[in-house]
Design a protein around this ligand. Structure first.
Ligand code: 4AD
Ligand code: MG
Length: 430
């Protein structure tokens, strides 16, 4: 019977078949220990000379790293084996004999590994990361589904910018001029929220960022909830609940993967609501105390974010940023229009901003004024202005960066390993 390796515990003593790839081989004269990987796990398959026919023993001898194969045999419980089970092989078939595999157990440089990303994904560490990534996405979308948010995806090809015009990727678009790859689904989400109350979109977003940092990709995935009749405080409570739900679920379901990555689990277990909330002004005085003063009105950069988050075990919100550091759609504070009702969530341990969001302008004349101040062409935002013409309400939304969140939760050095095929300033291959 064909099984996947992670189902082996239900088949102790039974004859089964596994289809996969050779991860590693160790041989002595009369026995081959094959570590077989099928994507669900790794299992040791033992080929003993006395148990199999000579051609099968010869096939096992011929197997090279990453050859694809089918093995059949009996599952034996063995606490010392990886996964707690071992396969006593009766039959083995080589499906594709691999050429000498470029990724060997010896150390490789990051650029070499990135050039071989299509193969690097087969390694144990990358398996752990990709499973954690899938769990982060699952946990966050399940949380939104449970809370009555309707998934309403936004277009990728768009006529206008969301987050400033300096990071747009553009492409010719037939007779209509230029299209831009979306920076965020937010504007469409706002239309969807006025239709359905609570919505979210999830998809790739693009920024032509000329930043070569460990936090920046040019293509990243963003999960963006948007809710009508929501104001700043409620948004922070909701975002905090979502992040807690994600961390809890990853701890519950991907603990073994976190352990492969040697993640300090205590750091994740400390992630509980409520998260500290600092105003931008309070953040500046903390920076001053830390000997890293920032002039009022400047955006927090990576270094500043690290200083602020280092003071806390939990993620921290920084709210009420100066209007001039933020996008055109941010709702100003009633009594102090130089600051806006925004709140970014900074992850602990120097991972930087994982959520950006806030309350949107719901007043038509103010939004028109902002478009002008930001030199944005009003005609392409007419549909967006319509949302303020027909039943406008205070509303909030935010974007959770998936790769930043994965990098933080998994505790990895650089965001490039948090996505299967990263797109960076200097990388479009593979
Ligand atoms: O703060 P940002 O730019 O916010 C928005 O795009 C809003 N329109 C979202 C909304 O309100 N619906 O981006 C949101 C998050 C950041 O906090 C960060 O986690 C991630 O997206 N992000 C990036 N991740 C990787 N590489 C980049 N270049 C990123 N830029 C933003
Ligand atoms: Mg931001």
């Amino acid at each position: 019977m064909l099984i996947r390796i992670d189902e082996a515990s239900g088949h102790a003593g039974a004859e089964i078949e596994i289809r996969g790839w050779l991860y590693h081989k160790r041989s002595s004269g009369s026995i081959h220990f094959l570590l077989v990987r099928d994507g669900s796990g790794v299992m040791q398959a033992v080929v003993a000379k006395q148990d199999v026919s000579p051609p099968i023993f010869a096939a096992a001898a011929e197997l090279t790293q990453e050859s694809s194969l089918i093995v059949r045999g009996v599952v034996r419980v063995d606490p010392r084996a990886p996964g707690g089970h071992e396969l006593t092989v009766r039959d083995l078939q080589i499906v594709g004999l691999a050429k000498p595999y470029p990724i060997t157990p010896k150390e490789h440089g990051v650029e070499f590994l990135m050039d071989h990303r299509h193969l690097w994904l087969r390694s144990r560490r990358q398996h752990a990361l990709m499973r954690i990534r899938a769990e982060v996405i699952r946990a966050a979308t399940e949380f939104l589904d449970r809370n009555g948010y309707l998934r309403m995806d936004a277009p990728i090809l768009t006529p206008a910018s969301v987050e400033g015009t300096t990071t747009l990727f553009e492409t010719p678009y037939f007779d209509l001029g230029k299209a831009y790859l979306t920076q965020s689904g937010q504007l469409y989400n706002e239309a969807a929220a006025a239709a359905f109350g609570r919505v979210y979109c999830f998809g790739p977003t693009f920024r032509a960022e000329k930043s070569k940092t460990r936090r920046h990709l040019t293509e990243f995935w963003m999960l963006e909830p948007e809710a009508a009749f929501m104001e700043l405080d409620e948004y922070m409570e909701f975002a905090e609940a979502m992040v807690c739900a994600v961390v809890t679920q990853v701890l519950e379901r991907r603990r073994a993967d976190l352990q492969v990555l040697e993640r300090d689990l205590a750091r994740l277990e400390a992630v509980r609501a409520p998260f500290p909330r600092l105003s931008y002004d309070e953040a500046l005085s903390r920076l001053l105390d830390a000997g890293k003063p920032l002039p009022w009105g400047e955006d927090l950069g990576g270094d500043e974010e690290t200083v602020i988050s280092a003071a806390f075990e939990r993620p921290v919100f920084v709210h009420h940023y100066p209007a001039r550091c933020k996008a055109f759609y941010m709702q100003p504070e009633r009594d102090r229009p130089d600051v806006v009702l925004s709140a970014d969530l900074l992850a602990p341990e120097g991972y930087g901003e994982i959520i950006g969001g806030g309350q949107r302008i719901h007043d038509l004349p103010l939004l028109e004024q902002r478009l002008q101040e930001h030199h944005l062409p009003e005609h392409v935002y007419q549909w967006y202005l319509d949302l303020r013409r027909y039943g406008s309400v205070p509303h909030c939304g935010f974007g959770l960066g998936i790769e930043r969140s994965v990098a933080w939760i998994a505790g990895i050095e650089h965001i490039r390993e948090a996505i299967p095929f990263p797109r960076l300033l200097n990388r479009l291959y593979p």
